[in-house]
Design a protein around this ligand. Structure first.
Ligand code: FMN
Ligand code: ATP
Length: 150
């Protein structure tokens, strides 16, 4: 039984997310997805949807066996609990494979780190970015932010 872990923000699901999770699932027998906490999304605007809603939507995808809320503090806590055989990084994720492999080795976790493929738009105007979807909503509908959500 090969256990695979994928992770990400997964705000406003789109076909790029489905591609990533299907690619990750194809690398083993059981796919667990970890959904990032809002406070850990620091390299881009915070997600619009709360962590639980993002987790529930990811869990509903066919490729995913189980989806989990990420740890708010130490991102290796869910990895230690799940004890995967493979962690699959997204094609454009900023994490460095070697750094993660070192951190895993330092905690005594025996796990490969692989990189998923990307998905190009299949038709004109297909939006494969949560940020692009938000930008379009703001352009076409306008809106106000509620900074108090998780
Ligand atoms: C192996 C691994 C485990 C992670 N576990 C968590 C976690 O438990 N909690 C969390 O908030 N973020 C976790 N993250 C971070 C996010 O999934 C993600 O990399 C980042 O915060 C959001 O950026 P992205 O969706 O653009 O990749 C983890 C990342 C990696 C590589
Ligand atoms: N077009 C795509 N092809 C393959 N994987 C993708 C694609 N878009 C996103 N992913 C993957 O899905 C995972 C979660 O991505 P994330 O939640 O950051 O979505 P995003 O839409 O890329 O975000 P944003 O556009 O706001 O930066 C990441 O591992 C990312 O690499």
């Amino acid at each position: 039984m090969t256990r695979v872990v994928a992770q990400g923000t997964f705000d406003l699901l789109h076909p790029g997310h489905v591609h990533y999770l299907e690619d990750a699932a194809a690398r083993g027998d059981e796919l667990h997805a970890i959904v990032a906490r809002r406070t850990n999304v620091t390299h881009k605007p915070a997600p619009v949807l709360c962590a639980r809603q993002r987790r529930d939507m990811v869990a509903a995808l066919d490729a995913v066996d189980e989806a989990h809320l990420g740890d708010p503090g130490d991102v290796f806590v869910p990895i230690e609990r799940l004890d995967p055989d493979v962690i699959v990084l997204g094609f454009d994720q900023h994490h460095d494979e070697a750094d993660i492999a070192d951190a895993l080795a330092g905690r005594g976790i025996d796990c490969r780190v692989e990189r998923a493929s990307g998905r190009e738009p299949k038709y004109e105007d297909e939006l494969l970015s949560s940020g692009d979807i938000v930008d379009r909503i703001l352009r076409e509908r306008g809106g106000e932010a509620d900074a108090d959500r998780d």
